[in-house]
Design a protein around this ligand. Structure first.
Ligand SMILES: Nc1ncnc2c1ncn2[C@@H]1O[C@H](COP(=O)(O)OP(=O)(O)OP(=O)(O)O)[C@@H](O)[C@H]1O
Ligand SMILES: [Mg+2]
Length: 311
């Protein structure tokens, strides 16, 4: 995975890639931010690829680490550190002279966050059950789709670790923010996937393209790529019209009267709850996007979700 494999011309995206190229050869810690499917892992791989490091690229998904095992998984443990333990090196040592990608860093247990901070500050790595520390040269790249500042407020993430990780933040824009790239990505993925499947690529009519550009793409580039795969398989060689699109792509025109009150009335509260739930469902739980769909600020949406106990 190289920087050239990361497609996109949008200026915000291009600025991220420019910065990533500059920091690739350094040892600086990088925090990669962005919604799900915006390419955080691909970017981390490309940074490693361009780093010139001899060691490997290893990924640890912090969300998948059981709290009790997280520390020994990252830092390793000595024989007898806990019942039945044989000596085992951690992921940090295993990625020596390479890159360790800590995905979903926001999920790292608090006690391990403190230890990681010490490692980032002076390269010191201490195995569980050992009194010695060793200096390990492993570059850390971290990623999250969460708002770490909010996690700090809720005391789930250490502020000092955040500042240490955030020396170089790289924030990947959502696909909606990269609207001008949608057409290019659509054609690129469609061409590539049609080739893989040995099918002729479908074409997208003008109105279809318009519809696709105005869609919210809550799953970002991953969703766009999956969409192209579906279109290649189901509509190979055809021209795709809006009627061939899955339901979620229809943006309904807003009539003068958005909602006609039935003669026997409605329960406004139920309607509000239903709208909020639908918006959250449509955006796969992305509160910022759900708020946008409802014409609310995120804070107002959160307030109303709390009020109605919507999770
Ligand atoms: N700039 C890009 N160019 C080409 N393909 C991309 C790009 N960004 C993302 N993709 C595609 O989107 C998929 C998802 O990317 P990736 O796994 O890096 O996202 P992510 O930000 O790590 O998502 P998550 O938060 O859900 O883990 C990739 O497998 C790739 O197909
Ligand atoms: Mg990822």
């Amino acid at each position: 995975m190289t920087f050239d494999n990361l497609l996109g011309k949008n200026s915000q995206f291009a600025a991220v890639i420019r910065a990533a190229r500059l920091i690739a050869k350094t040892n600086v810690t990088v925090l990669i931010l962005g919604e799900s499917g915006t390419g955080k892992e691909l970017l981390a791989q490309a940074i490693h690829q361009h780093s010139g490091k001899q060691g490997s690229f290893t990924t640890v998904n912090c969300a998948a680490l059981p709290e009790t095992l997280a520390e020994s998984e990252l830092f390793g443990h000595k024989k007898g550190a806990f019942t039945g333990a044989n000596e085992q090196q951690g992921r940090i040592q295993a990625a020596k002279n390479g890159t360790l990608f800590l995905d979903e860093i926001g999920e790292l247990p608090l006690n391990v966050q403190a230890k990681l901070l010490r490692f980032l500050e002076n390269g010191e790595c201490q195995m569980l059950g050992s009194s010695r520390t060793e200096i390990v040269n492993t570059r850390i790249l971290a990623a999250t789709n969460r708002n770490l500042e909010a996690e700090i407020q809720q005391k789930k993430f250490r502020a000092d670790l955040y500042y240490r990780l955030n020396i170089v933040p790289l924030e990947l824009p959502s696909l909606q923010q990269r609207e001008s790239d949608i057409k290019m990505l659509l054609h690129e993925f469609t061409r590539e996937l049609a080739e893989n499947y040995n099918l002729s690529p479908p074409k997208y009519s003008k109105t279809t393209l318009k519809q696709l550009r105005s869609y919210t793409w809550p799953g970002n580039i991953r969703e766009l790529r999956n969409f192209c795969e579906r279109m290649v398989i189901l509509n190979g060689g055809k021209t795709i019209e809006p009627t061939n699109l899955p339901r979620e792509f229809y943006s309904l025109p807003i009539p003068d009267s958005i909602f006609n009150l039935p003669d026997n009335g409605i329960c406004l509260k139920k309607l509000e709850i239903s709208m909020i739930k639908q918006a959250l469902k449509k955006t796969y739980g992305n509160q910022t996007k759900a708020a946008r769909l409802l014409g609310l600020t995120r804070d107002t949406l959160l307030y109303r979700m709390k009020k109605y106990a919507i999770k």
